[in-house]
Design a protein around this ligand. Structure first.
Ligand SMILES: Cc1cc2nc3c(=O)[nH]c(=O)nc-3n(C[C@H](O)[C@H](O)[C@H](O)COP(=O)(O)OP(=O)(O)OC[C@H]3O[C@@H](n4cnc5c(N)ncnc54)[C@H](O)[C@@H]3O)c2cc1C
Ligand code: SF4
Length: 327
């Protein structure tokens, strides 16, 4: 590992000021992703700004819903009574991620900012446009079993690895950030990017911007929510495909629905067409299959990940059945 300086800050202003000075300084939260990347030489910051002493770990009610501090730990959020009661989808998605030890360290902001798990990205001997723009994409035509089937580009076919983010995009979250130019709010659906010609950029944060918190609007999905994660091992494995569902039911009719998929794109993948189709329909397997077919429009495999073209629609149907309690 390269030598680096370490500093602690206790307020957002100091954190933003320290990281805005140059592009070789990075925020350090739980360290569960950044330190791994530094050990492998993928990231080489000259200075780390430890933000864990900033009091941004509260989970509190707001006039419209819930605000979760960016430094709240994954475990604390997953187990918080207001989250369990009102947003069980978020609780389920968090608990499906990593291991208990990792969830005790990992923060909400860090989870959003974690980098892809593409093996070419982690191996500095191999080509990767995300790690080294212009070097090529090893996964296209290479080992791509974990890779994307939606929204890919000729430069990158990686997926965003987070489970939590699938729940947040389904639940219409908003991200509050603070930066050198002031504060702003970013709808969660716009926070992460597709790879396009600049796969090195994962999200819409500007240099020096600090994630402060995430807002969740109250909704009526708590009674019929489900997070389905299909993976190679029962724990400690990233999603091959995951589906987050929230349904608002009136008898057997779907009044409203939120649906998103993970493991399939460079960003959390919201299924808006399928949502539109499902509204007002009866909660039957036939309806769910039609919704899944709609959701798969435009999907494309890259060889080793072709199985996702079958696994993804089957997972959508399964998750909808479980959420509707018709399984
Ligand atoms: C073995 C293993 C298995 C895992 N399995 C899963 C899994 O199944 N599902 C899943 O979702 N995740 C999984 N993870 C990833 C884990 O959830 C992330 O590593 C973790 O959430 C990152 O949070 P952190 O606080 O440790 O971030 P850090 O490692 O401290 O930081 C990550 C990045 O976020 C930036 N950052 C942190 N906080 C902020 C902020 N407030 N504002 C702006 N930038 C910020 C940092 O600068 C850095 O670039 C796994 C990790 C490991 C090591
Ligand atoms: S898929 Fe993206 S992250 Fe993976 S090798 Fe290609 S450019 Fe790099």
């Amino acid at each position: 590992m390269n030598q680096f300086q370490y500093m602690r800050v206790t307020n957002p202003k100091a954190a933003v000021a320290a990281v805005s000075k140059d592009n070789t300084t990075m925020f350090l939260a739980g360290g569960t992703n950044l330190i791994d990347l530094m050990k492998r030489g993928v990231e080489a910051p000259e200075k780390l700004v430890d933000i864990t002493r900033i009091p941004l770990n509260t989970i509190e009610k707001t006039a419209t819903g819930l605000r979760i501090g960016a430094l709240a730990k994954n475990t604390a959020v997953a187990e918080h009574e207001l989250v369990v009661k009102n947003f069980p989808l978020l609780s389920m998605a968090l608990n499906a991620g990593a291991s208990p030890q990792l969830r005790n360290m990992a923060t909400i902001g860090g989870n959003m900012m974690q980098r892809t798990r593409c093996s070419y990205f982690y191996d500095t001997a191999l080509p990767c446009n995300k790690r080294e723009p212009g070097s090529g994409c090893g996964a296209i035509g290479g080992y791509n079993r974990m890779h994307a089937i939606f929204g890919t580009s000729t430069k990158c076919i990686a997926v965003h690895p987070s489970d939590m983010c699938i729940a947040l995009v389904a639940l219409d979250a908003t991200v509050n950030v603070s930066g050198p130019k002031g504060d702003r709010r970013i709808p969660f659906a716009d926070f992460h990017r597709l790879p396009g010609d600049t796969p090195q950029k994962d999200n819409m944060l500007q240099p020096g911007e600090l994630i402060m918190s995430v807002d969740l609007p109250m909704n009526g999905f708590a009674g019929n929510s489900h997070y389905l994660k299909v993976r190679d091992r029962a724990s400690y494995a990233f999603a091959l495909v995951s589906v987050g569902v929230g349904l608002k039911m009136s008898g057997n009719t779907i009044q409203d629905v939120r649906l998103a998929m993970g493991g399939v794109a460079h960003k959390p993948w919201r299924l808006t067409e399928a949502e539109k189709f499902l509204k007002g329909k009866p909660a039957t397997e036939a309806t769910f299959k039609q919704a899944a077919e709609l959701a798969m429009k435009g999907a494309k495999g890259h060889g080793e990940n072709d199985f996702k073209l079958t696994m993804a629609p089957n997972s959508i149907v399964e998750a909808l059945k479980t959420a509707a309690k018709t399984a």
